[in-house]
Design a protein around this ligand. Structure first.
Ligand SMILES: [Fe+2]
Length: 249
């Protein structure tokens, strides 16, 4: 089982594929990367896209039927990439989908430039209710890059962290590669995921990213990230490696 926890493979819902054909090409790209379970995470509340949970589920149902018909060995599971906003807790029960129906793990996106003031209180409330927030593409946030200790604080309080496969591979520039790997090295990362949007510009790159991790940090870390993602799909809690402070880069 190889899980990808963050991607935009559903057609016509956000800035991912615009047609079923494009979606199938992107899914085949995932299969070539060895992915067996795709947790689809369309943007929600990012100022541009708002998703309806039922619409996501219907789209996944259609795609899974197509994949079965064509005997393509991959399963799509439901999720969302929720932009952190003030009404997060009010929407929790009615609008927000947890990853892989885990009823536990929620993929949360920060604005690009900063960490919102209310992050800590929302994360705290979420955790009181038994949810575990996963910070999407942490390496892309400017405030986190300037003040990695702020990420460390959130991790120490129970948040989990995802970095993007393409950043690990260097596709998003040297600075992001260096910072993503530093976060990995300092055990502040729990998942590598693709954030794939389309085959040409933002493909899966999962296999390539795991090769980089293997070379830089060893095979045990590759297994750790893969195991963690499996636990999310299984909806169970797991023990994480203790984080260590990263100096500013
Ligand atoms: Fe995303």
């Amino acid at each position: 089982m190889l899980v990808d926890l963050h991607n935009h493979v559903l057609p016509g819902l956000d800035d991912g594929p615009t047609s079923e054909l494009e979606a199938m090409l992107l899914i085949q790209n995932a299969v070539k990367n060895g992915v067996t379970h795709i947790v689809a995470t369309p943007h929600h509340r990012n100022g541009q896209f708002n998703q309806d949970a039922n619409e996501i589920k219907n789209s996944i149902h259609v795609l899974n039927s197509l994949l079965q018909e064509r005997e393509i060995p991959v399963t799509i599971l439901s999720g969302m990439e929720v932009h952190l906003h003030g009404e997060f807790m009010e929407e929790l029960e009615t609008e927000i989908l947890t990853l892989a129906d885990s009823m536990k793990y929620i993929l949360i996106e920060f604005p690009t430039q900063h960490i919102p003031q209310f992050t800590e209180s929302i994360f705290y409330e979420l955790q009181l209710k038994g949810f575990i927030p996963i910070i999407a593409h942490a390496e892309k946030n400017t405030e986190i890059r300037r003040h990695p200790k702020k990420l460390l604080d959130l991790v120490n309080k129970g948040a989990l962290v995802q970095v993007t496969a393409s950043s690990v591979c260097g596709e998003n520039g040297k600075e992001l590669k260096k910072f993503a790997l530093k976060l990995c090295q300092h055990q502040m990362v729990h998942f590598i995921a693709s954030d794939a949007h389309d085959v040409k510009k933002r493909p899966f790159l999962i296999q390539q990213a795991y090769l980089v991790i293997q070379r830089k940090l060893g095979n045990e870390m590759v297994k750790y990230y893969q195991r963690n993602a499996n636990h999310v799909v299984d909806g169970v809690e797991f023990v994480t490696l203790p984080p260590r402070l990263v100096e500013t880069v």
